[in-house]
Design a protein around this ligand. Structure first.
Ligand SMILES: Cc1cc2nc3c(=O)[nH]c(=O)nc-3n(C[C@H](O)[C@H](O)[C@H](O)COP(=O)(O)OP(=O)(O)OC[C@H]3O[C@@H](n4cnc5c(N)ncnc54)[C@H](O)[C@@H]3O)c2cc1C
Ligand code: SF4
Length: 358
């Protein structure tokens, strides 16, 4: 309720989602409007640039103002350089030095381990075990006008393959963003972009068991991640299914983000993709959800933090962000991160009130 989660109403779904729903239903799949934290959404379609109307109830318009109202002091724009860990911790952030009985680090999966490393933490799980939810999309050209940039870009999902670790979600982006996500350049890209109003697009993320590792002894953390064969097969299956959905909806051409299969014109072309020898490097991918670089575990040798998210190696040092998840979530992580934060807040309060470690 606090972040105003509600189902996307039919009138804001947008035609790209409607086309996908039409194709999915023909194949016997079950799509549904997604539940989002944007109850007063106007469907302007520009979520990828930041919501201009604050309809999207992100942390900056929900949790942060609530914390300030409750007495928190915010040092906007300051970067924590390191934490001097001791009986009383000291956070160094540029010219600022803040003494604290407890410190909560929430710099995200890439930067939290980096900050802990700079603070002298050397746990063997620090910066390891990073999952990323590899994500992929496909677009398709139709004879009808779609104007996919109108409506909620991510308003619709298909959950039939979730058991296989594949989650389909809408992903239509405005042309200035969509252009660089198409697998073409030069004259072909121009020709495709001229028909942008007749295009639909849809994406999916996969649950990954492959894990990456962060290099922390550099000025910026660097992630090394190698996509495994099981993940590649999930990607192939996802692209295959999207292409079938688009053709069932009446597409004349499907653009797949797979080298050598950029243009699919028939079910026979999909069959070629299904049986081809592929390698992970042939897929054009994104990764919006890095998780896991400070894994939580009861076992001090496996987890950087314990089940209350307090560091095994330091008293009253907490990690509260996506880095604590022990494995890939297979769903968008924001809500779970927020739920973990609320749970952790109670433990921080208890520890500051003198409770011993659980
Ligand atoms: C384009 C995009 C779309 C997404 N859409 C969705 C969605 O629809 N649903 C969903 O569930 N998830 C979505 N996600 C994922 C979601 O945004 C993240 O998983 C989530 O925000 C991660 O939360 P976090 O607290 O771990 O880290 P973050 O939200 O990344 O917060 C970390 C913060 O720490 C700050 N920071 C880093 N280092 C320092 C430092 N040294 N000192 C001070 N501050 C520092 C950063 O500036 C940042 O503000 C999306 C992500 C992207 C990129
Ligand atoms: S579509 Fe996205 S950017 Fe537009 S109002 Fe809704 S949440 Fe905001």
């Amino acid at each position: 309720e606090f972040i105003e989660v509600a189902e996307v109403p039919e009138e804001l779904l947008g035609n790209s989602a409607r086309v996908v729903r039409r194709g999915a239903e023909k194949l016997g799949l079950h799509g549904q409007p997604l539940r989002r934290n944007a109850r007063h959404c106007k469907g302007s379609g520009v979520c990828c640039f930041g919501c201009p109307t604050e309809a999207k109830r992100s942390a900056n318009v929900t949790w942060v103002p609530a914390a300030v109202k409750a007495g928190a002091r915010l040092f906007a724009g300051s970067k924590a350089d390191r934490i001097e860990l001791g009986k009383q911790h000291v956070v160094h952030a540029g010219a600022l030095q803040l003494e604290a009985d407890a410190v909560v680090v929430s710099a995200g999966t890439l930067h939290t381990p980096s900050l802990l490393w700079r603070s002298g933490v050397r746990h063997p799980a620090l910066g390891r075990n990073v999952s990323i939810h590899p994500a992929c999309k496909a677009s398709a050209l139709f004879d009808e006008e779609i104007r996919g940039w109108e409506g909620v870009p991510q308003g619709f999902g298909i959950h039939d393959l979730h058991g296989e670790g594949i989650l389909f979600e809408g992903i239509f982006t405005p042309p200035e963003f969509g252009a660089f996500a198409l697998p073409f350049v030069g004259a072909k890209l121009t020709q495709v972009m001229e028909q942008y109003a007749q295009m639909a697009a849809f994406g999916f993320l996969i649950e990954d068991r492959s894990v990456g590792v962060l290099r922390l002894d550099t000025s910026r953390p660097q992630l090394f991640y190698e996509l495994g064969k099981p993940e590649m097969e999930k990607l192939r299956r996802g692209v295959d299914m999207l292409a079938r959905i688009f053709f069932a909806a009446g597409a004349r051409e499907v653009f797949a983000p797979v080298a050598g299969f950029e243009s699919l014109r028939s079910l026979a072309d999909i069959e070629g993709l299904r049986t081809a020898r592929l390698s992970p490097a042939m897929f054009e991918l994104s990764a919006f959800h890095p998780l896991g670089s400070c894994r939580a575990s009861r076992d001090p040798s496996r987890g950087v933090v314990d089940q209350q998210l307090e560091a095994h190696d330091a008293q009253r040092l907490f990690v509260v962000d996506g880095s604590v998840f022990p494995s890939s979530l297979a769903v968008n992580p924001q809500l779970t991160i927020m739920a973990f934060a609320q749970r952790a807040a109670r433990h921080v309060h208890a520890r500051l009130s003198g409770a011993p470690r659980a």
